[in-house]
Design a protein around this ligand. Structure first.
Ligand code: CDP
Length: 231
């Protein structure tokens, strides 16, 4: 069967990663979480004092250190799903915090950051047989992807899911209202930035998953995948 490229884009916390991972596992493709890359660069900027007090990243300073920021995905020593590594350190847990979420969209709006990460993402996708999720995968990173999905759900439902995820991980200092505010703020910045804004590719299929169970989503994705690989 021919190998294709699968691009899954959509609003924050819409369940893209869960779906993308499940599809990759079911069909034996590689999975790349492009948002984790933006989160890792953001964590680096936070640790190195490159975010100003007003939340704006120091664009020139961050651009200067970008060549020294190395991001990759590795299966941790104990096995299981792959983790995000930043300059050789496993940062999977840190990059998922609300603090990183609250700084990531302004960092991701910087053209230098987007350029560097887009190049890396295209490297990962060179051999096809990949599922990648993010905001601009079907529009900018892989405009020729054979399967494009745009995922949407109401902000309230998305905030509920992310809040549940954070509290299940033991992040008890976070409230639902903070998560909802972050979801709305990131959507706005991601939609209105100049460079590769979040938008639905013309040839993407829209999936509104407000009322869908995980199993229903997975089946929907798999059906579309089989259609696209048979074409
Ligand atoms: O998981 P969630 O939907 O909350 O976000 P994510 O996929 O981890 O992405 C975090 C942030 O990275 C987004 O809010 C965007 O600002 C940025 N991002 C982007 O600009 N382009 C991508 N391809 C992926 C993420």
């Amino acid at each position: 069967m021919k190998k294709i490229t699968v691009a899954i884009d959509g609003y924050s916390s819409s369940g893209k990663s869960t779906m993308a991972k499940a599809l990759a596992r079911a069909v034996g493709y590689a999975y790349i979480d492009s948002g984790a890359m933006y989160r890792a660069v953001t964590l680096y900027a936070m640790r190195h004092g490159l975010i100003n007090a007003d939340g704006r990243p120091d664009e020139a300073a961050l651009a200067a250190v970008l060549p020294g920021i190395h991001i990759d995905f590795r299966v941790p020593a104990g096995g299981g799903a792959s983790h995000t590594f930043l300059n050789g350190e496993d940062v999977e847990a840190q990059i998922r915090s609300l603090e990183v979420s609250s700084h990531v969209s302004p960092v991701a709006a910087l053209p230098e950051v987007r350029h560097a990460l887009t190049c890396l993402q295209r490297e990962y996708g060179k051999a096809k047989g990949i599922v990648m999720d993010g905001r601009d995968i079907g529009t900018t990173v892989f405009p020729d992807a054979e399967m494009k999905v745009f995922v949407d759900a109401t902000p309230e439902e998305r905030a509920r899911r992310r809040f549940r995820e954070l509290t299940e991980k033991g992040d008890s200092g976070v409230t639902y209202d903070q998560v909802l505010a972050n979801v709305l703020e990131r959507d706005e910045i991601d939609r209105t930035r100049k460079e590769s804004p979040l938008r639905q590719a013309d040839d993407a299929v829209v999936l509104c998953n407000d009322a869908m169970t995980a199993d229903e989503q997975d089946r929907w994705m798999l059906d579309l995948f089989h259609k696209r690989t048979a074409e």
